[in-house]
Each structure stands twice: as C-alpha cells, then as structure tokens.
Design a protein around this ligand. Structure first.
Ligand SMILES: [Zn+2]
Length: 422
C-alpha cells in the first residue's frame, strides 16, 4: 500500500503560492495567457473518453478539426495501446499508476460490489508522486478521482462522483452542490469560489436514456439529450478556462467524458450494423462526429494557454467500435451494467485491446513534429513514466511502462531536465 499524503497545510500553501503567482505574473502579449512563474516544466493533459481515430481522421482530412490539426502538425501522434476489455476507470487508473488493473485494484466500474473509488487504489498515482516532488498539480473532471485526494494544488473529481440522482456514481452527473458520499473538490475552500465564478456545474456527462424513455418519442429525446451534453461541455470549458487563468499549475489534467457516451448509442451506423434502429439511429447521424467538432473547440480554448514551453498531451483510454455480432448481449447494456436498457450500438470492452486503441498526441519542447507513431509505440502504461521524466523524477520500480523516448528529438526531454535543474 502506498503512503498517501495528507498535507493539511497544502491548501494554505497553495493559496499563498497562487496569490504570489498572480501578482508576479508577467504581462504576456498576444493570445497567450500563460501566467505561471514556476521554473518547473509545464504539462497540460487533455484526456478524452473513447476518442476514436476512425471518426477523427476523416474530420481532420476535411479540415473540420483545425485545432487538433495544429497539434498533430506540431507533435507526435498515433494509437495508444490500451488494456484488455478496456473501460474508463480501469484505463485511467493505469494512466495514473502504470500498473495493470489487477495490481492497482480498479478493475471496472464496480469492484467487489462497490462503485470504484480512489480509496481502492493500491498503487501510488501520479498526482501523489508529483505533489511529493513539489510539482503543483491541478486536475478537473478526470474519471476515477472520487473522492478527491489531497494534492499540491487542486483536484475536482469526474466520472464516478456520487450524488443526488446519481447514488451509484455510474454514468450520471450530480451537480457540484449535490455531491454525496465523499469530497468532489480539494481543497474544500475552493467550492464557494467555483460556485461563484463557474456556477453549480454538473460533474461528468449525463446518463443515457433507457428504452422506455425513448419509445415513441425517439427524435425529441435524442435531441434533448444532445442539447444537455453540449451544456455540460460548455460548463466544463468554462471551468477549464477559469482554472487555467486563475489557478495555473505545473501539471494540469482535464477530461472530456461525453464523447464516449454519445458513441455508445448514437454512433453513425448503417442498417446492416448490429442493433440498427431507424427510429433512433436516423435522427442525428451527425451526433457523434459533432462531439469531435465540439471537442476541437474545447481544445482551441486550452491551446490559448499553451506556449512553446508547454508540453501538451491529448490521450484517450480506448476507441469505440460498432457492435459486430447479431445476438450480442451487449446490445442492450451499457458499460456491462445491469439493469441497463440503453440501446447501445457500439462498445469498447472487446477482449482484444488492439481492436479499440486509444489516441495519443504529444506536442512540446523537443517533441518531434508531424511525426506519426506507427504500430504499438505508446501504451496506457507509458503516460505516467513519460510525465515523471519530464519533471526529472525517476518512476518508481512498480511502474511497468517506459518513457516514450520515441517522441523526443534527442530521445529524452532534455530541455525539461535543464529547466528542472535551475
Ligand atoms: Zn464507454
């Protein structure tokens, strides 16, 4: 069992540090709004649940994802190898710890009859390692971070947060003010500030409608649900923008979770695909690609806070593909949950993880530009070791991934190490 940090003083230290940062922030010109004065490397990670290259690539070619195009042209990109029968909590906890699910303990949405939560983590996560080394950490909406844990900065939970109308915390979205069964924000003192400046936002994406709700009113239900999804994304964007502007940290990680959910039941499938129901599937065939068009706008907002010295990563836990076999019992289940009657037409928990690779994109000082990683170069296990190396921190021995030397011009983040040594 790893030793968790319980630094009650972190909150006051962070506040003092932030006040100094804001006062000492240099006046930057142009669109850049980077205001951190830390001498440590700056890393920004945007995680996306279920980003699927089969959808991203055609949109990129058509010029409909201009911000993603910019990142790819200035970075290294490719598939991200995931774990067997991937799902969000399982893979994110692998991102955090670089050990397999059986070892970190988060083997799914539910573990031993209980919704997965951070108290079950058996291997030290990256936010704890970075905090211990004096790196400031900011995280928001990241799955499997509930209840939040103390960090050298702030943490706002994401998927699996429990609350009113979302008692089991699974694939639903409690409001910040309605969270139950644990803390969704560290430090707690940040809650009134967030409510005042961002609003009482919904944590995570909304629950998918069930078959009974849809019956006979498919089109209005689909459209209303999609409107709700966009509202959540707007709130998340406002939250990210607020945090980057007012609480800059050395390491920052945000997540978008609606893409995966839209894919599950509104993937643009054809009549010959498993589960095709014209009443649902012909309502908004643009729904899933639209998620990536909207994601690109979020990306554009974040890139306003990325300068040439910032390492930027966009990662996804897995892809998502239409169901393949008639009679697939998964057809009317969602994320392996019972009872669930959402008419699911695409999934990601295939036993062979290479059927549903995630996405990996990296850009920053010394990272190869316009460089495609062909084959299985990057894996979910490599995220934590690569980020630790950027900060000059040796990954602990239990970590099974490696630093992604392949993405760096010189084989290592040399510029970062020299920054770290200052
Ligand atoms: Zn999913």
């Amino acid at each position: 069992m790893w030793n968790r940090i319980h630094h009650s003083y972190l909150s006051s230290v962070s506040v003092a540090f932030l006040c100094l940062s804001i006062l000492a922030a240099p006046i930057t010109s142009g669109a850049q709004k980077v205001s951190s004065t830390s001498s440590k490397p700056r890393v920004l990670v945007l995680a996306v649940n279920g980003a699927e290259w089969d959808l991203l690539r055609p949109l990129l070619i058509r010029g409909e994802l201009p911000n993603l195009k910019k990142v790819i042209e200035n970075g290294s990109w490719g598939k991200l190898r995931t774990v067997s029968a991937p799902n969000c909590p399982k893979v994110f906890s692998t991102f955090f710890t670089s050990v397999p699910p059986e070892q970190h303990g988060i083997t799914g949405f539910v573990v031993d009859g209980e919704t997965a939560n951070t108290n079950m983590l058996k291997s030290e996560p990256i936010w704890s390692l970075l905090s211990k080394h004096g790196v400031t950490v900011g995280m928001a909406n990241v799955p499997a971070t509930f209840p939040v844990m103390p960090v050298n900065g702030y943490m706002i939970s994401g998927m699996l947060t429990r609350g009113k109308g979302c008692e089991d915390g699974i694939l639903c979205s409690p409001k910040l003010s309605e969270v139950e069964g644990g803390d969704a924000v560290y430090p707690k003192s940040m809650i009134p500030e967030l409510e005042k400046n961002v609003g009482d936002f919904l944590i995570d994406c909304s629950r998918m409608p069930n078959m009974e709700d849809l019956k006979g009113k498919e089109a209005p239900e689909v459209n209303a649900w999609l409107d709700g999804v966009q509202k959540i994304r707007d709130q998340q964007t406002k939250l990210f923008e607020y945090l980057l502007t007012n609480h800059p940290t050395d390491f920052t990680m945000f997540d978008q979770s609606c893409e995966d959910r839209v894919g599950h039941w509104l993937y643009p499938i054809q009549p010959y695909n498993v589960g095709f129901d014209p009443k649902v599937n012909s309502v908004r065939p643009d729904a899933f690609p639209n998620q990536y068009r909207a994601l690109d706008k979020v990306l554009g907002t974040l890139l306003q806070h990325v300068d040439e010295n910032t390492y930027f990563f966009m990662i996804s836990d897995h892809g998502i593909k239409p169901l393949r076999e008639f009679g697939d019992t998964h057809g009317h289940m969602s994320h392996g949950l019972t009872p669930s009657t959402t008419p699911v037409i695409a999934k990601h928990d295939y036993p062979d993880p290479d059927d549903v690779p995630g996405a990996f994109i990296a850009m920053g000082p010394g990272i190869k530009k316009n460089h495609e990683l062909v084959g299985w170069v990057a894996s979910a296990f490599d995220i934590a070791p690569t980020i630790l190396h950027i900060y000059g921190i040796e990954p602990p021995p239990q970590m099974q991934g490696h630093m992604l030397t392949e993405i760096f011009e010189s084989g290592a983040p040399s510029q970062a190490s020299s920054l770290h040594a200052q």
